[in-house]
Write a protein that binds this ligand. Structure first.
Ligand code: PMP
Length: 344
């Protein structure tokens, strides 16, 4: 392999420009060509590095914040970790208000990256002053020189992907992409990327992946908020129980819903076949591709890009734990759980 002197000023220079990797095994039975945009290659191991850096730099440009000021958000997930990472490097305080349902591992990870974590009760309503939304809002109003990222309702989330993920995929496929398949949570990734791609070629089809238990697919089809669609599910980061304004539903052509169980098995299959250790929603996106192929949706000439949003290491106590899989009833038998570990 050609040697290059890769020297960077900080990890921030490594955000974005993630590789597009051909799916060599999982797509052999599918019609068309398939590549994954593997966002785990970001230094914070997820696509959320892009929005963390972009939103903070926009606030700097507008003179809203300068190093020493405070970044506030309400997540224990990937966005929290990316904000904490960018804050450490740029010299901001990072405050994350999280639900008491967040795992100890997640809270430790955020604290390791220097974030101040406010653990707020999970069993109170969103408008209760103790809820993580209200705590974040109050801290934002009290702390001079702070930004509240508010990713579900921030247009800059979409803009971050319009300016990075979209152009990268267009260039990496040399303008040949015909379909984008991406999970929708805040909707920033899918709508920002889609907006850029459709400006280059309006014929590109954009397919969102949603969870059973979330309102997004139904809202896309009817433009009505149907609360009967909402029930608990396990996949984190995918789907939502409200309509995020960071999603532009008009640039999305179709939604596919996936189950917790099939997505979990498919995530494990990606590791075993492609050697890519990616997160639960990557399994969900790949599961959507399987379902689309079952309905014979694609043509042999199609060039499909699927986004794998984050790294598998974040799910060791969930999808990649045999015990967790068993506890969810996702293994057909005890034998399946034990199949890969041989005890002496
Ligand atoms: N996958 C994971 C693991 C995520 O954390 C998120 C973000 N909530 C998504 C997918 C969806 O990305 P977006 O918020 O840009 O729609």
């Amino acid at each position: 392999m050609e040697q290059s002197k890769q020297v960077f000023n900080s990890a921030l220079d490594l955000i974005g420009n993630t590789p597009l990797i051909k799916l060599n095994k999982m797509a052999t039975e599918f019609k068309g060509n398939y590549h994954a945009k593997v966002e785990a290659f970001n230094p914070g191991h997820s696509s959320k590095d892009r929005i963390a850096l972009y939103i903070i730099e926009q606030a700097e440009k507008q003179g809203i914040i300068k190093p020493g000021d405070t970044i506030i958000e309400t997540t224990s997930g990937n966005t929290g970790f990316s904000l904490a990472m960018v804050s450490v490097i740029k010299g901001y305080d990072c405050i994350l208000a999280v639900s008491s349902k967040s795992s100890a591992d997640k809270i430790d990870m955020l604290k390791t990256m220097g974030a101040k974590v406010y653990v707020c009760p999970a069993n109170v309503s969103a408008d209760d002053p103790r809820s993580y939304y209200e705590v974040a809002k109050r801290l934002h109003s009290e702390i001079k020189g702070s930004v509240y990222i508010n990713q579900y309702f921030n247009q800059l989330n979409l803009d971050a992907h319009y300016n990075s993920t979209g152009p990268e995929i267009w260039n990496q496929t040399e303008g040949q992409i015909t379909h984008l398949v991406a999970c929708s949570g805040t909707g920033g990734t899918i709508s920002g990327t889609a907006k850029y791609l459709k400006e280059q070629n309006p014929n590109i089809k954009i397919i969102g992946v949603d969870a059973y238990g979330s309102v997004l697919k139904k809202y896309h089809e009817t433009r009505e908020f149907d609360k009967d669609e909402i029930y608990p599910y396990r996949i984190e980061g995918l789907g939502k129980n409200l309509i995020p304004t960071a999603t532009d539903f008009d640039v999305i052509d179709k939604f596919v819903k996936v189950t917790d169980e099939e997505s979990a098995h498919t995530a494990r299959e990606i590791a075993l076949t492609e050697g890519l250790f990616v997160g639960y929603t990557s399994g969900a996106a790949m599961q959507a591709l399987k379902q689309l192929n079952e309905e014979d949706y694609f043509k042999p000439t199609d060039k499909v890009v699927v986004i794998f949003p984050d790294h598998g290491s974040r799910y060791m106590s969930k999808v990649y734990s045999d015990k967790w899989m068993n506890d969810q009833g996702f293994f057909d038998s005890q034998n399946e759980a034990a199949a890969q570990s041989i005890q002496y």
